[in-house]
Design a protein around this ligand. Sequence first.
Ligand code: F6P
Length: 516
Amino acid sequence: MSKLTRSHAWKALQAHQAEMAGVHLRELFARQPGRAREFSLEAGALLLDYSKHRVTDATLALLVDLARQAGVEAWRARMFAGEHINASEDRAVLHVALRSALDAFPARGDVMPLVRKAKEDMRAFSEAVRGGRLLGNGGKPMRTVVNIGIGGSDLGPRMLTQALWRHADAPQSVAFVANADPGDLARVLAQAQPETTLFIIASKTFTTVETLGNARLAKAWLVRALGSETAATWHFAAVTANTEAATAFGIARERCFPLWDWVGGRYSVWSSVGLPVAIAIGMDRFEQLLAGARAMDEHFLTAPLDANMPVLLALLGIWYANFFGAETHAVLPYAESLRELPAYLQQLEMESNGKSVDRDGQPVDYATVPVVWGAPGTNSQHAFHQMLHQGTHLVPCDFLAPADTGAAAENALAQAAALMAGREATLPQRRFDGNRPTSTLMFKTIDAYTMGQVLALYEHKVFVQGIIWNLNSFDQWGVELGKDIARALAAQAAGSVPGLDASTNALLARLREWRS
Ligand code: F6P
């Protein structure tokens, strides 16, 4: 048995779950007249209503005990002190520095001079692009910006560029290419002109196969149209921690924007990885994004655990994943412009906490991160909400409800109400049991500041869960094996791949046959 499942706090929660399992949310609301107010919390632009959860004051106290027992406060202090809490890679975890306003941070190993310089460079470059002063080889200003990257070098800027489209006032269009399928790039190039297209190659390592493959295709497209590799150079910038590789690819050193080993890919949207966002909305608004995240950092650092938004979201997630056996968690943003948010959160949550050995390499005997999934409402209502309301799985949901999305916002509230209360009916098919837990996160509008708060909220939620599950949330060794096998398959032009299973070799043979 792990230390966690042997612990007093864990056992107390197990015992309490047995008492709570048969209690309906309707009853909890009837018993506690002030429940909506008592189980709501505001932080900056965000209002979190967590009253539609199967919890009482006693439940929350036990969950907070669990957080205390895991040392959440001490670990939080260690992260903000710049300690190497990413032990398996021996790295600090300092994405919070990217939005810090402190002169020096952290106390040991100040990174702020690097951060400030990177932001100045980002500002100068994004303003030059937006102002039409960054010219292509033929002397024309850029009209199209294409970010080539994948995972953390794609999902954040892609999601934010969409989320903040109302605030995008650049004359350029900003597009994103990630997939190893060349069709992804081809679709974007079909709308672009080589002499007015700027490619940003975003890759922390500058070794990611998909990104380098697409970057090479982009370069070939430019060289074909512009006549030479030197001409193509004018059309590239890079965001990377590996400047050597980027310059070897043919990107001018002064066009390489930095990343550092203390920023994980999925935590990097606050860095130069946000360059396409800064181009789309302007650096002043990008600074607003950072300010929103900073406000959430401050809240996370200072609010007591039982009134701390990321801590509460983390604990509620643990309540269902570990004590009710919930295997999935749905994220339902009620805004079309937030349609990429579930994908962003999938990487943030599942790449961080999708682990089955703990920080010491011991197998865990408890569930870790649930499957995170979702889609924008109201579309989702006409696709899978049937299952949320009447299916056999318990799926806790996060409803994100901006106030300025018209009827969509009311629909979010209606869905959460229905999931909570259910409805009696004589015909079993028409009966809704209810008692299905949801959080509602409301905010006035989707602007940069609010998005900064929302994303930092989820980052810290993931951090707290990782601490309680005793995981290193900041490595991702689980992505390596598939990459190795893909490399072996690509390298083997004919015949079967030695050491590979018969099924995969047979499929590979058929693939080649169909291609030839
Ligand atoms: O394969 C997973 C991963 O390493 C992610 O963690 C990362 O965000 C993505 O690949 C892209 O990596 P890079 O920025 O180095 O190209």
